[in-house]
Design a protein around this ligand. Structure first.
Ligand code: NAD
Length: 329
């Protein structure tokens, strides 16, 4: 019989794409679990077992893991900087999801367990300068993670490690660096910079108020990974010998101003920039050092930021029009 794959967070951005990937690949049954009502899932498929449940609850985790041989835990209460800086307790409560899922997976005899960690685990002192030195895996320690969200990720990484050491569980952990693409959050307060900038540019065009608000001074540096590169990386990490949490991110560095340039270019517009210096902006600089993932898995991101942003912009444009019903430009 085909193996059963469990995707906690299957109603979310990355979870939805992972479910879609497994459907297209075939040869497995899929169970997607998310706390959101189905009409809020980004991707819902009729031939997938879709479950609405709160995975902070141990009973729900046991039920979700029943019969599954693989778990890809992508469920977390999260969002962009605006959300995680203002909801630290909620972010930390995601510890219940991963802890209960790990224990339920162990009790249910799950064979492989994947955990989605984040670049937010890295020591803040290594990210003070816009002129970044890319973050190596060892830079998470001594620990001074992003308050709230980052500490939860670091703790959950260690839970995976200790479940492996003490119980012999097969666990894999990836530290995602900013993932972007269609079928994800673009509005409502949890969106991340690429989606937020697309929406703001579209809104400026539609309202004919040719200005844009940028959080911080726009000089902060980041890298952004296209969703398909992320899905490819998740699969490689899950199925290969990767002894410790490993970076999964792009190393194409860009400033937030540079990202706005890209979106303006896609939209064919130039906007007046207003910098909101007291807005949540995160660390000054962050990039992914991909030495390890290249060495272990020969993985490198394939999609240039400009190309991925073009597809993301087109998708958000359609969502914007569908939601706000404004006439096309
Ligand atoms: P997302 O918010 O789109 O998806 C997460 C999903 O988890 C949501 O659909 C949410 O409803 C669900 N969820 C939250 N609490 C739950 C609960 N108690 N029970 C069941 N489901 C619950 O986010 P995403 O971008 O798809 O992120 C997936 C994972 O990757 C998360 O762990 C996130 O922290 C991590 N990550 C994402 C990025 C990124 O750039 N997107 C970067 C680093 C790490």
């Amino acid at each position: 019989m085909d193996e059963l794959i469990l995707v906690p967070g299957g109603g979310g951005f990355i979870g939805g794409h992972l479910v879609s990937y497994f459907r297209n690949r075939g040869g497995c049954r899929i169970r997607a679990v998310d706390i959101k009502p189905f009409d809020e899932w980004y991707q819902v498929f009729d031939d997938v077992e879709n479950v609405q449940a709160d995975l902070k609850d141990m009973g729900a985790c046991l039920e979700a893991c029943k019969g599954a041989s693989r778990v890809y835990n992508l469920a977390a209460d999260m969002g962009g900087m605006g959300f995680i800086e203002n909801n630290k307790a909620l972010c930390m409560l995601s510890v219940l999801i991963n802890t209960h899922l790990l224990e339920a997976a162990r009790q249910s005899g799950v064979e492989r367990f994947f955990y989605a960690s984040s670049a937010c685990v890295y020591n803040a002192d290594k990210q003070r300068d816009e002129d970044v030195v890319p973050l190596k895996e060892a830079d998470a320690y001594p620990a001074m993670a992003e308050d709230g969200y980052g500490w939860e990720k670091l703790f959950s990484e260690r839970m995976c490690r200790h479940f492996s050491e003490d119980f012999g569980m097969y666990t894999r952990v990836a530290r995602f660096h900013n993932v972007y693409g269609p079928e994800g959050t673009w509005d409502g307060g949890r969106e991340k910079a690429p989606a937020a900038i697309c929406r703001k540019v579209i809104s400026a065009l539609e309202s004919k108020k040719h200005e844009i608000e940028i959080w911080g001074d726009g000089k902060q540096t980041r890298s952004f990974m296209w969703i398909d590169d992320c899905i490819n990386g998740i699969n490689l990490i899950m199925d290969n010998e990767v002894p410790e949490p490993i970076n999964l991110g792009s190393n194409e560095l860009v400033t937030i101003n540079g990202l706005v340039d890209i979106v303006e270019d896609i939209a064919g517009v130039k906007l007046e920039r207003n910098y909101k210096l007291d807005a949540p902006k995160g660390v000054n600089g962050r990039n992914s050092d991909n030495t390890k993932i290249k060495q272990y898995l020969d993985w490198a991101p394939e999609t240039r930021l400009r190309d991925g942003m073009e597809k993301t912009y087109a998708w958000i444009y359609d969502q914007y029009m569908a939601k706000y019903g404004v006439a096309s430009k």
